[in-house]
Ligand binder design. Sequence first.
Ligand code: NAD
Length: 394
Amino acid sequence: MIIKPKVRGFICINAHPQGCAANVAEQIAYTQAKGPVAGGPKNVLVLGCSTGYGLASRITAAFGSGARTLGVCFEKPPTETKTASAGYYNTAAFHAEAEAAGLYAQTINGDAFSQACKEQVVEKIRQDMGKVDLVVYSLAAPRRTDPVSGEVYSSVLKPIGNAYTAKNLNTDTLKIADITIEPASDEEIAATVKVMGGEDWELWMQALAEADVLADACQTVAYTYLGDKLTWPIYGHATIGKAKEDLDRASRAIQSQLKLIQGDARVAVLKALVTQASSAIPVMPLYLSILIRVMTEEGSEEGCIEQIQRLYTECLYNDEPRLDDKGRFRVDDRELNPAVQARVEKIWDQVTEENLFELTAFKTYQSEFLKLFGFGVEGVDYDAETSPLVNHNF
Ligand code: NAD
C-alpha cells in the first residue's frame, strides 16, 4: 500500500514502517557519536519503551552503554491491510538494530499496569538477565485499570480550583482562540493521580524487589515535567501536575525500600517537546511552537535523545548530579533559563493567527509531529508501495 499520514486532531492514526525505522537509526547514530556513557547501566528495564522519552532511554542504554534491555509498551501490531502504531514500528526497528549489534533486546507488548505484565517481566529477567541495574519509568497513558479492584480510572487535563482561559492553537484549522477549561472535580483529580501518579511505579519496584531481580546499587527514575508560568495553569498546577507531585512521594518510598541494596530512586524533570503524549495537552502545541523557535535561535533546542543523553551523563551516571531542593534530577535547565522563558512569554503575548508562521516555529512543530509517526523523514520514498508488515516482530 501507499502509506500517507492520516491525522485526526492531535493524533495520527497510521504510521510508516521505514520512516519510524529511520527515526530510530537517527537516534542510535546520535548516541554512538556521543561515545560510551562512563559507568553506564548493563541490564535495563524500560517501562514505556516504544516512543518519546522511553525509546530514547532504551537507545541510550543499549547503544551508549552496551546494555541488555527489556522493554514494556502497549502498541498495535500491523495486519496485511493496516499499519502498526508508530511505537510498534519503532520497537521492531530497535530489535533489528540491537540484533545487528549483538545486543540482547526483548519487549513485552502488554498493559504495564497489570499484575500479569509484572509477573511476565520478572520471569523474563530471571530467565535472561539475572538482575537489572536501572529501571526507567516512562509511561504516559490516558487510563489505568486498577490491578486489585479492576476499576478503570481515566486521567483529565484540567486546572484545579478555578476555570482557566488561555490562548490555544487548533493544529487542524490553525485558528488561535481563547479556550476556557473548567476546573476538575475532586474525583477527576484523584483519578488522574491514580493513572499518572506514583502508585504503579511503586508496585513495579515492589514486585521487582520481592522477586530479588534488582542488582545492588540499582537505580530507578520516573519522568516528569514542571514548566513555568505559561504552562502552570494547565500542567504544573493542574491535575497532571498533582499526579506528578505524587511521583515525589513515591520516589521517597522507593528510596527507603532500595536502601537495603544501596539503590536509589529519583524523579527526573525533562523539557517539553513534541511527543504523542504532549500533543494531546491543550496550550502545549502553541507553547512548543514558540519554545522551539526561541531555543533553536539560542542554540539550546533538544529532542528526546539529546535530553536523555544528558540525563545519563549529567545525572544518573555522574558523581555530582544536578539535583534540585526536592532531590530531583534536572534536565529542563535550558528550557527554564529565565532569558528563554522571557522571550517565550513575549512572543506568547504577540502571537496571532496572522503572524503564527512568522513569530513561532509552528512549521517545525508540525514536521516534528508527523515525524513521530514516521512521516516526512528524509530518504524515505513515501510514494513507494510499502508493506505494513515488518520482519522483527515481538
Ligand atoms: P509517549 O506517549 O511518547 O510514550 C508513552 C509510552 O508509554 C509508550 O511507550 C507507550 O507504549 C507506553 N504505554 C502507554 N500506556 C501503556 C500501558 N498501559 N502499558 C504499557 N505501556 C504503555 O510519552 P512521552 O512524552 O515520552 O512521556 C513519557 C514520560 O515523560 C511521561 O511520564 C511524561 O509525563 C514525561 N515527560 C514528557 C514530556 C514531554 O514534553 N513529552 C516532558 C517531560 C516529561
